[in-house]
Design a protein around this ligand. Structure first.
Ligand SMILES: [Zn+2]
Length: 241
């Protein structure tokens, strides 16, 4: 069996992938695609939960998502930088995992690590394909980059939304595997609830909004730099009326 990945989420911290594209990862795994997560840091600078606890929670969440691989790049939490050393480190991992499609975080945002992770992921993917880069392994470049847009207030309209209606409950299960982060919380990072609402409910409402954009129950939004292709005008998805 090939060890390459069909889909890799490349994110700043353990729990980011679950939040921004957990449903799509579950959906891909259910379609027998080989999926993975590369956490750039171990989240050791977070205000709740120690390093050990977060590692165990990340393992549990990975099982729920059905990912084949979960790796940690060991870069510094709270101090992620898109510098050459970090690019080489991440490019080396990409050469090993050889993902066809990579999900990156949105390039703007409140958390400096999230912004850095987005740009670092992009640049590392490019460098991994350079035959003269000072890196071990065969040159390899992921074919496709997609940006996750979940919870981005100022982002443009998604290029597409993945229907995760069938995966929603499992996605919540994966998110709440991070008990140290989310149990009893009514706010987290950029996913602010309205009026102290339960976090689970807040995530459900966000996902329902994205789902509504494609007329399904729950969805996850993505953006690509490139235009999406269609085979023709007849039978395009998402009805206008
Ligand atoms: Zn994060």
């Amino acid at each position: 069996m090939s060890e390459t990945l069909h889909l890799l989420a490349l994110v700043a911290h353990p729990d980011d992938a679950e939040l921004i594209c957990g449903g799509s990862l579950i959906r891909a795994a259910q379609a027998r695609h080989r999926t993975g997560i590369l956490d750039l840091s171990a989240g050791e600078a977070g205000s709740s939960g120690d390093r050990e606890t977060r590692m165990l929670e990340a393992e549990r969440a990975a099982e729920i998502l059905g990912v084949a691989v979960r790796r940690n790049a060991g870069l510094p939490d709270g101090a992620l930088r898109n510098d050459m050393a970090a690019r080489y480190k991440v490019a080396g991992v990409l050469r090993e995992l050889r993902p066809d499609t990579v999900v990156l975080m949105w390039p703007q945002g409140r958390h400096p690590d999230h912004r850095a992770a987005s740009r670092l992921g992009h640049d590392a993917a490019f460098i991994a394909g350079l035959s003269r880069a000072p890196l071990a392994g065969e040159p390899f470049r992921p074919r496709k980059i997609v940006y996750a847009m979940s919870y981005r207030e100022h982002a443009r309209k998604p290029t597409f939304v993945v229907d995760i209606s069938e995966q929603m409950e499992r996605k919540l299960e994966a998110i709440f595997a991070y008990r140290s982060q989310f149990e009893g919380r009514t706010a987290m990072g950029e996913v602010y609830p309205g009026g102290g609402r339960d976090l689970r409910e807040q995530i459900r409402i966000h996902s329902a909004y994205y789902g509504g954009l494609i007329r399904v129950e729950y969805g996850e939004p993505f953006w690509t730099r490139e235009a999406m292709a269609a085979g023709g005008l007849v039978g395009l998805p998402v009805a206008s009326f």
